[in-house]
Design a protein around this ligand. Structure first.
Ligand SMILES: *Cc1c(COP(=O)(O)O)cnc(C)c1O
Length: 357
């Protein structure tokens, strides 16, 4: 049998999470974000659970192609818009909608506007300073887009930098900036990512753009996914392939990074950074062995991890180890690797077998 290092993908969870997002933002259409291969879950695997999306949103033209290949005939949004003429033409061919965030894209539009269908998404930089026209230029750009597009009003859009922290005043400032910049301008609005949906209800406008929530992960530092009514869509698991009795004073793994303070039972799990499990996960990082808490010791290697089984006399080779997901929220694991859930789920490699449930 093949190595039992698997990512269990729960389609019902994604389906329910989408319904939950809809109930949290009842007045908004959902632009469901499936960039980075549906946050590492595999777009082709989870596509069927997103049928109720109003729009699918991606970062790249390659991802847009994948959506069409899955059979998505609905609205398709490219969150970064085209970077050059060939991407512009590709988006047209895919019948996609593009974000316009920069002067170079306006130049493309001026040349090729005639072929466009569907609305543009005018992105305004309200303080994140990544993509978007400065607030001061918003009216002028909007006027030009109105001229180019006629009756098809652009969607007015911005993105939050700090909405994951409900106590951070920056988000309210960004909302205010947006409202000032767009007051009196025609067109629907879209501000909120997952964290905005959850923490700042007044940012729920015509369209919301949920990503991480769909995959059952809390977008908010102060709230657990289960309290919000979200269920993890990915559970990452491996098996114990060895159990060793290691004497006090002996060390474990590369760099001899952990020395046993006492005689210890140490399990070896068949997963490592070659599978996308983070190399930086420290001593003490939680895992589940047969559903019961245990913790990592020593460095993560390419194919294996070491687990302190002192409290697990019953553990046997072949037992299941859960790295994150059901029973062990990834939000709890990621800080141990100085990371965030987004990075961990996007990082699971092709070597991990996906089991769709
Ligand atoms: C990725 C992305 C989102 C989704 O963010 P989440 O935090 O995953 O909800 C929304 N809007 C834009 C512009 C994005 O790039």
């Amino acid at each position: 049998m093949s190595r039992n290092t698997i990512a269990r993908i729960n389609l019902a969870a994604i389906y329910q999470n989408l319904a939950r997002v809809r109930s949290l933002a009842p007045g908004s259409a959902l632009a469901c974000v499936v960039k980075a291969d549906a946050y590492g879950h595999g777009l082709s695997r989870i596509y069927s659970a997103l049928e109720e999306a109003d729009i699918l949103a991606v970062a790249t033209t390659g991802e847009a192609v994948m959506c069409r290949e899955q059979g998505w005939t609905g609205r398709l949004l490219l969150l970064e818009g085209p970077a050059n003429v060939s991407e512009f033409d590709q988006i047209l061919a895919l019948d996609g909608e593009m974000v316009v965030h920069h002067e170079t894209q306006l130049q493309l539009l001026r040349q090729r506007n005639r072929e466009l269908k569907g609305p543009l998404w005018l992105k305004i930089d309200t303080g994140m300073h990544r993509l978007g026209f400065p607030v001061a230029d918003a009216r002028e750009v909007h006027a030009e887009l109105e001229k180019l597009r006629g009756s098809e009003h652009s969607v007015l859009m911005t993105h939050f930098a700090c909405a994951d922290d409900m106590t951070n005043p920056m988000t309210q400032k960004q909302i205010k900036q947006f409202d000032t910049a767009t007051s009196g301008l025609r067109g629907p609005a879209s501000l909120a990512n997952s964290a905005g949906i959850l923490n700042f209800r007044d940012s729920q406008r015509d369209f919301v753009r949920p990503g991480i929530m769909l995959y059952g992960i809390s977008p908010c530092q102060q709230k657990n996914a289960s309290d919000i009514g979200l269920k993890p869509a990915m559970t990452l698991q491996c098996e114990l392939i060895a159990i060793n009795n290691v004497k006090a004073g002996e060390s474990i793994g590369y760099g001899a990074a952990f020395t046993c303070p006492a005689d210890m039972k140490v399990g070896i799990g068949a997963i490592g950074y070659g599978d996308g499990y983070p190399r930086h996960a420290r001593n003490g990082t939680p895992v589940l062995v047969n559903g019961k808490r245990a913790s990592l010791v020593g460095h993560v290697s390419m194919d294996m991890i070491n687990i302190d089984l002192s409290e697990h006399p019953e553990a046997r080779v072949g037992n299941t180890v859960t790295l994150w997901g059901e029973g062990l929220p990834i939000e709890e694991v990621s800080p141990w690797a100085d990371s965030i859930p987004y990075q961990l789920i996007c990082g699971v490699t092709a070597r991990v077998r996906a089991v769709v449930e």
